[in-house]
Structures are given as structure tokens and as C-alpha cells.
Write a protein that binds this ligand. Structure first.
Ligand SMILES: C[S@@+](CC[C@H](N)C(=O)[O-])C[C@H]1O[C@@H](n2cnc3c(N)ncnc32)[C@H](O)[C@@H]1O
Length: 246
């Protein structure tokens, strides 16, 4: 009887646990109150439904980065620079048990990310902030990335941001960052300049290597994407880096 009672009370909380929570923590923190159990079951049902309906993860280059991070002996803490939007890629790392943090400079994508966290009950720790001046102590992260974000800025600001990423990374920490290549045909301006930049900054094949003088480049890939979306063809060209801080 006691076992059944225990299962009824703790099982939903255990399945719903945060990545660092042990069964012991749950038992210690749980109070024998019915509303809490009902809330946990409701959340579980929502999550199961959500898993069935959730969009497939689309920021696929980050899978490669995740594999490098998983192989690293450093503790599992990751920072996303430019982390906003309605489907923040940080959730991939969260689901693999990482402690996650993100900074997002613009109000709307920040609000969208907050909404995602609320609706999916995920503490991704995305805050309003600017990757040109990261609000973190030096050497506080094992891993950091900026996906589809850094190239919104001028090359001068990209260099500043890369220095900031370097500062907050631990020695041997890993970083992923992607740049738009000069081979991308779309050279059009944004509807309004972003952080003083009129359009995406584009880089030659080896031009971005200069941001990584304090890093070792462990992986570099150029991707040319020719795609049709909503009946419209477009070509995108990116240069991805995974680098390790010396
Ligand atoms: C195209 S979105 C990509 C968002 C997210 N990384 C993703 O892949 O879904 C680029 C984001 O980078 C953010 N961003 C650009 N410069 C930034 C900066 N200096 N600091 C923080 N966020 C920045 C933009 O506001 C925007 O939300």
C-alpha cells in the first residue's frame, strides 16, 4: 500500500524532474498535498501531447556542436548568444541535461523565447542582453554558441562579440559560430538597420579565421543551401566553425 502511495505521489514528479534533480531531492522537496500531484499529472499529460506535436529540431548544425560538447570533460553549461525567437535552439541542450543560459538583445524575440519557456516548462535562463558585453564572469562557461545571429552585426561588432565569447569561455571550452558567406547571392538591406548595420555581414572563406587567434579550429564547414520555401527558391551560404579555446 505504501509503495503504491509513493508511486502515485513521486512518479509524476520524477518523470517531470529537472536535469539535475535526483529522486532523493524530489522526495525531500515533495509535500504530501493533492493539488501538487494533480498539477504534476496535468503537466505530464501536456508534455506527452507536446512531444507528439512539437516541431522537429531545425537548427541541425548544432547537433554537431552538441556531439563535441558531449565528448568534452568540462561541466555541462552552455551559453547561447542571440538566443531569442519562438523556437530557441537552446532547448536541445536543455533536453540533454545541460545548464543553459542565453542573451537576446531585441525585445520581440526575447518575449517569444520567454513564452516558449513558459509553455514548455523549461528554464532556459534566456535574459535580455548584448553579446558585445556579456553579463557573465570570465571563464564561466564550458560551451558557447551563436547560431544565425552574429552576422546581423558589423564586422567590428562581430570582433568585439568574439572577444567576449572568448572571455567567458573556460580554457579548452568549445564555441560554435556561423557566418554568412560572400557566396550568398542576397545582398539586400534589412528593412531597417540592426545595431547600426544595414545588412548581413558577409565573409570570404577564410576571412573569419582571424577571430580565432586564441582558439584552435576543430571543425569548419561551408554549407550552400538551395531551397524552395512557400513556392520561392533561395540560396543561402554559411561558414560554420567549431573552435576550442587554447
Ligand atoms: C535570426 S535570429 C536567430 C535566433 C536563434 N539563434 C535561432 O537560431 O532561432 C538572430 C537573433 O540574434 C539576435 N542578436 C543579434 N545581435 C545580437 C547581440 N549583439 N546580442 C544579442 N542578441 C543579438 C537578434 O536580435 C535575433 O533575435
Amino acid at each position: 500500500m505504501a509503495i503504491h502511495k509513493g508511486l502515485f505521489l513521486y512518479l509524476p514528479r520524477y518523470i517531470d524532474r529537472t536535469p539535475n534533480e535526483s529522486l532523493g531531492d524530489i522526495c525531500r522537496n515533495s509535500i504530501y498535498v493533492f493539488p501538487q500531484v494533480i498539477r504534476s499529472y496535468t503537466k505530464l499529460i501536456d508534455r506527452t501531447w507536446d512531444r507528439k506535436m512539437r516541431k522537429v529540431f531545425w537548427a541541425t548544425p548544432l547537433f554537431k556542436f552538441l556531439r563535441y560538447c558531449n565528448d568534452s570533460p568540462l561541466d555541462k553549461a552552455v551559453l547561447d548568444c542571440g538566443a531569442g525567437g519562438d523556437d530557441p535552439p537552446l532547448h536541445l541542450f536543455y533536453e540533454y541535461g545541460y545548464k543553459t543560459f542565453g542573451v537576446e538583445v531585441a525585445e520581440n524575440p526575447f518575449k517569444q523565447a520567454k513564452k516558449f519557456c513558459r509553455e514548455h516548462s523549461m528554464k532556459l535562463n534566456i535574459m535580455k542582453g548584448d553579446m558585445r558585453l556579456l553579463p557573465f564572469k570570465s571563464e564561466s562557461f564550458s560551451f558557447a554558441y551563436s547560431f544565425n545571429a552574429i552576422f546581423f552585426m558589423t564586422k567590428k561588432d562581430i570582433a568585439v562579440s568574439m572577444k567576449e565569447i572568448e572571455r567567458v569561455l573556460k580554457p579548452n571550452g568549445l564555441c560554435f559560430v556561423n557566418f554568412v558567406s560572400v557566396d550568398e547571392p542576397d545582398k539586400g538591406p534589412f528593412c531597417k538597420p540592426f545595431l547600426g548595420n544595414p545588412r548581413f555581414s558577409q565573409h570570404e572563406d577564410n576571412e573569419a579565421d582571424r577571430y580565432f587567434s586564441s582558439f584552435e579550429i576543430v571543425y569548419k564547414e561551408k554549407r550552400i543551401i538551395d531551397k524552395k520555401t512557400d513556392g520561392k527558391r533561395s540560396v543561402q551560404a554559411y561558414i560554420d566553425y567549431i573552435v576550442e579555446k587554447k
